[in-house]
Design a protein around this ligand. Structure first.
Ligand code: AMP
Length: 281
């Protein structure tokens, strides 16, 4: 695996790829890698000739400066895991390389409804920051295929929307959420949980399964309220437990028994904010 920090260097390497007509798979990450990230690298490896991973903790997508400061950094272990998974290129840019004009940008992405709800509501500006960095990375890497995790369900929809406008030829592949055997979704933020909190955190998956097992056509409010109460009783501060349409993320107050729906959860355990989702039917 080659490790590059400069845009000109990564582009020089990728120009050789173009000459050899190899397709490129791209996995953008913020590092502190785990098996969830590595599953994306492996999927990219299967489907494309050159696999590029980026590690960049993007300041513009953190609405909470404390969350940014405390974001785990484990670069040596990241490099080891990427090497082992067969990643070809690690792009490791500095902030000044990514944003030479500074963090403010005049670029605004028209995301509409999708950025007004759930993560968009609780983390104002977050999805503009996500689009800003993914747009920039896609411009630099120019991949054929982009690999994203279903773990960040709303983020996948936002990136799809941005890419449809600016990168219409890009193939976006959504990979399933990787979980610990306890059911806890793998996440870089889990590194900030104590051992006791890791056990408590499994309540998110249990609650989503409770919703899946108990959902019935008709009003959904009671079920959503019960789910919130279950998490609150375990010590979570819940931002939302919401059942929504899989394709539009329109929030469902009632269900006709047919529409494809997903339950999405965001909750704090102590200072750590965890998100997860489960498709219900
Ligand atoms: P992050 O480093 O958190 O920005 O995540 C980088 C990519 O890895 C995103 O596309 C995430 O959705 C994906 N990802 C994070 N956690 C998981 C997981 N547990 N399973 C599968 N993909 C994941």
């Amino acid at each position: 695996m080659i490790i590059v920090k400069k845009i000109t260097d990564v582009q020089q390497f990728l120009a050789k790829r173009n000459a050899k007509q190899k397709s490129t798979g791209f996995v953008p990450t913020m590092g502190a890698l785990h098996d969830g990230h590595i599953s994306l690298i492996k999927a990219a490896k299967k489907e494309t000739g050159v696999v590029v991973c980026s590690i960049f903790v993007n300041p513009t997508q953190f609405n909470d400066p404390k969350d940014f400061e405390k974001y785990p950094v484990t670069i040596e272990s990241d490099i080891y895991l990427l090497e082992k998974a067969g990643c070809d290129v690690l792009f490791l840019p500095a902030v000044a390389e990514m944003y030479p004009q500074g963090l403010q940008t005049s670029l605004h992405f028209e995301l509409g409804f999708i950025e007004t709800i759930l993560e968009g509501e609780f983390r104002p500006g977050h999805f503009q920051g996500v689009c800003q960095v993914v747009y920039r990375l896609l411009e630099i890497i120019t991949p054929d295929k982009l690999f994203l995790g279903q773990k960040d369900f709303q983020q996948c929809m936002v990136i799809r929307k941005m890419a449809a406008t600016f990168f219409p030829g890009l193939d976006i592949i959504i990979c399933p959420t990787q979980r610990e055997s306890s059911g806890l979704a793998m996440s870089s933020r889990n590194k900030r949980l104590s051992d006791a909190d890791k056990i408590t955190a499994t309540a998110i998956f249990e609650t989503m399964q409770y919703v899946k097992n108990n959902i019935q056509p008709g009003d959904l409010n009671l079920l959503q309220q019960k789910a919130v109460r279950q998490l609150t009783a375990k010590g979570f501060r819940v931002d939302y437990v919401t059942i929504a349409d899989v394709f539009t993320l329109r929030l469902q107050e009632s269900w006709d028994g047919e529409e494809q729906i997903v339950v999405l959860v965001a909750a704090f355990l102590n200072e750590v904010r965890l998100i997860d989702n489960l498709i219900l039917n």
